[in-house]
Write a protein that binds this ligand. Structure first.
Ligand code: ADP
Ligand code: MG
Length: 256
């Protein structure tokens, strides 16, 4: 996987994303099946947003893709290869995940939070890790905040550090699980615009979000889930303007 150095935002694609395909993915907690036969394809360099009510299985789906919870059936293909046949830590290096809660190390600076992952996972020297960490922080607009600890950063800045940390691994796909849900309203926009930039730069992204404006503007494809199934999927204009199923119509009337 090549990773082009960040440059000021342009229309050019800077990432070389891979395709991600879910085939009949089924997942359970104990005996309770919460994801049933979910199939979807995210083409390389495109963004798919998953929307749906709480409890519909969106987080579980991302956990299955990233091998945080083992699927009970079906398959997940990254660039055409099954991730279920790869070691979980290899999969997590290839597929970045950003959560609602940023999980930064509180006693380390922004720079160290990014560099530590590079040293531990990629076995880089301190100098090399710091150099790349600086680049990634600059990419998310935090070059000036490299020496700040999480408590001295806003929630939005902390989330951008978490995104920089994920990007530092040179992922082929990025997953986001309600990345802005824990943020104060005035901080949401900065994180969403960073995510939109990543999409524009050609990152392959699978984004669980309640931000319908973001889904409409940025997604190439929107997937509506309910009760562990994909109910409807398609182009955002079709889903939002011409919902076919009563369940999606009801959901949209509640959130829009
Ligand atoms: P969403 O992210 O769409 O809100 P989740 O994937 O978190 O949905 O949850 C889907 C279903 O799985 C829900 O019914 C939820 O209660 C259940 N669930 C989620 N996590 C666990 C768990 N660790 N153990 C048991 N059930 C869980
Ligand atoms: Mg969730």
């Amino acid at each position: 996987m090549t990773y082009t150095s960040p440059v000021p935002i342009t229309d050019g694609h800077l990432y070389t994303g891979s395709s991600l395909e879910l085939r009949g993915l089924t997942m359970a907690y104990g005996d309770i099946e919460v994801l049933r036969d979910v199939s979807l394809t995210v083409e390389p360099g495109t963004t798919t947003c998953i929307i749906g009510p709480s409890g519909s299985g969106k987080s579980t789906l991302l956990r299955g893709v990233n091998r945080l919870h083992e699927p009970s059936g079906g398959d997940v293909l990254l660039a055409g290869e099954s991730v279920l046949r790869q070691k979980p830590d290899v999969v997590r290096r290839r597929i970045g995940l950003v959560f609602q809660h940023f999980n930064l190390f509180p006693d380390h600076t922004a720079l160290e939070n990014v560099a530590l992952a590079l040293r531990n996972v990629k076995r880089m020297s301190r100098a090399e890790a710091n150099r790349i960490a600086h680049e990634r922080l600059a990419e998310v607009g935090l070059a000036e905040r490299a020496d700040h600890r999480p408590r001295d950063l806003s929630g939005g800045q902390q989330q951008r550090v978490a995104i920089a940390r994920a990007l530092a691994m040179e992922p082929e796909v990025m997953l986001f699980d309600e990345a802005t849900s824990a943020l104060d309203p005035e901080l949401v926009k900065g994180v969403l615009s960073l995510m939109a930039q990543l999409a524009q730069r050609g990152m392959t992204m699978l984004v669980v979000t309640h931000e319908m404006g973001f889904a409409r503007r940025v997604a190439d494809q929107v997937v509506f889930m309910d009760e562990g199934r994909v109910v409807e999927h398609g182009h955002p204009d079709d889903l939002f303007d011409r919902p076919q199923s009563p369940r999606l119509r009801r959901f949209l009337s509640e959130v829009l």
